[in-house]
Design a protein around this ligand. Structure first.
Ligand code: SF4
Ligand code: SF4
Length: 432
């Protein structure tokens, strides 16, 4: 694609990067076929190619974002299916990141939109705030149908409806400290506790820690770890996103210097995609660029690390698992076969639902901010999963677990919970 940026514009490293990305796009439109919003809405402006044109026009003309650009960029899930499909290697992820930062700086959203986004940004990344907020959301749930009738309040209704019912399981897995290996030590890793996951389902990291320590891996939960920054990053709030990244880089760098780390284990693929991008996010910060690149190189999805431990094949469990590959796993991190291979080796019969490349509609806070599109994608995903007639659904991302779990009666577990069970851990309570 031909571009017309001035030398002055290209002096801005963000613009210079976006220009390089734009020039790779050859308008072929292959990406439209796998874009969930184009497939759902059928509007070219809700396709990757359409969004690329909108972003190009906005950046090239140095224009503040307008309502049309914001509408179509907000509808993008950042699922990155377009990057998997694109034959020209267009780095849509960093282009849309730049567009979101530009929107955040130049566009004044309607009051309710601003308030909801700000509320999400100051609550979700902090477990001590998210936990009581969830309790309140459960109390407010009966009002959700009422709020759904008022358009600007639909995100609030979606929030109330997504709040898990019943008591959330308390877990010690997020407490800082060292979990010693149960057999001779063969590795040392740090594990990300994160923000929303330990509140919604502390059992995931519990299972990961149990499995790893049983296999001889020392697991460190470092003091001071926090949100990876993805939630605010996807809202275009660059400064807080970089602050979260720097904080985690500091924590893990201390741990690398203290005892060495073979990997930084992540059990939520949405966070994994962001942490693997820290090197890029902090590339312009001389104090952090090198440290962040080192952290990104050590970041591993839990299944990537477990695969290096070469677990033995197990007898059949007589259980069929529908594997849902999170977008951040398959498109963001390009991990496609590994989790399924581990589950099959562990004795599960694994099924691939149709249209596996399409997002379930979770996408961070998307299911709150874009509830209508998200609901359509969820229904489509659940239909495809249930058609495989599984006993259980497995996936590697808490966002997908919450989203899909709210649309089906089938139990949904993290891949590592099934692996932990297959290799000597307790049977997951959801399968009881
Ligand atoms: S990231 Fe996903 S929703 Fe956004 S343009 Fe690409 S395929 Fe479409
Ligand atoms: S597939 Fe790639 S090159 Fe083709 S229109 Fe989409 S982004 Fe551009």
């Amino acid at each position: 694609m031909q571009t017309n940026f001035t030398a002055e514009q290209l002096a801005d490293p963000y613009v210079a990067e976006s220009e390089k990305i734009l020039r790779r796009c050859v308008h072929c439109g292959f990406c439209t076929a796998t874009c969930p919003t184009y497939v759902t809405l059928g509007n070219e402006l809700d396709s990757p190619r359409g969004r690329i044109y909108l972003i190009k026009d906005m950046l090239e003309n140095d224009r503040p974002a307008d309502a049309e650009v914001v509408t179509h960029i907000d509808r993008c899930l950042s699922c990155l299916a377009c990057m998997t499909t694109c034959p020209s290697g267009v780095d849509y992820m960093h282009l849309v990141d730049h567009a979101r930062i530009h929107i955040e700086k130049t566009y004044r959203r309607p009051l309710m939109d601003r308030m909801i986004r700000q509320m999400l940004a100051v609550i979700l990344p902090y477990p001590s705030r998210f936990r009581p907020a969830l309790a309140l959301a459960r109390l407010g749930r009966p009002f959700a149908p009422l709020l759904r009738g008022v358009k600007p309040l639909r995100p609030v209704a979606a929030m109330l409806e997504l709040a898990p019912q019943g008591r959330l399981k308390h877990s010690d897995s997020a407490h800082p400290g060292i979990r010693a290996p149960e057999v001779a030590r063969r590795g040392r890793v740090a594990i990300l506790t994160g923000c929303a996951q330990p509140v919604l389902d502390g059992g995931i990291n519990e299972a990961a820690i149990r499995l790893l320590t049983r296999l001889g891996v020392e697991v460190v939960v470092p003091e001071g770890e926090g949100c990876c920054g993805a939630l605010v990053h996807h809202m275009g709030k660059e400064d807080p996103a970089l602050d979260f990244a720097r904080r985690n880089v500091d924590v893990w760098t201390r741990e690398i210097e203290r005892g060495g780390l073979d990997a930084i284990i992540i059990t939520a693929s949405g966070c994994g995609t962001t942490i693997k991008d820290y090197g890029h996010m902090l590339r312009l910060d001389p104090a952090y660029a090198e440290k962040a690149a080192r952290v990104s190189a050590l970041a591993k999805d839990v299944t990537e690390y477990i695969a290096t431990l070469e677990l033995p094949a197990q007898d059949s469990k007589g259980m069929t698992v529908a594997y849902h590959s999170a977008c951040s796993m398959q498109h963001g991190q390009k991990i496609t076969q590994l989790p399924k291979a581990l589950l099959a080796k562990a004795g599960f019969k694994v099924r691939d639902p149709a249209e596996g490349h399409l997002c379930c509609g979770s996408a961070g806070t998307y299911n709150i901010m874009q509830p209508e599109i998200s609901a359509q994608l969820k229904a489509r995903k659940v239909r495809n999963i249930e058609a495989t007639q599984p006993d259980v659904i497995a996936t590697g991302n808490i966002g997908c677990m919450t989203q899909i779990g709210s649309g089906t009666a089938l139990p949904i577990l993290h891949t590592v919970e099934l692996l932990d069970w297959a290799y000597g851990g307790p049977k997951p309570a959801k399968l009881a």
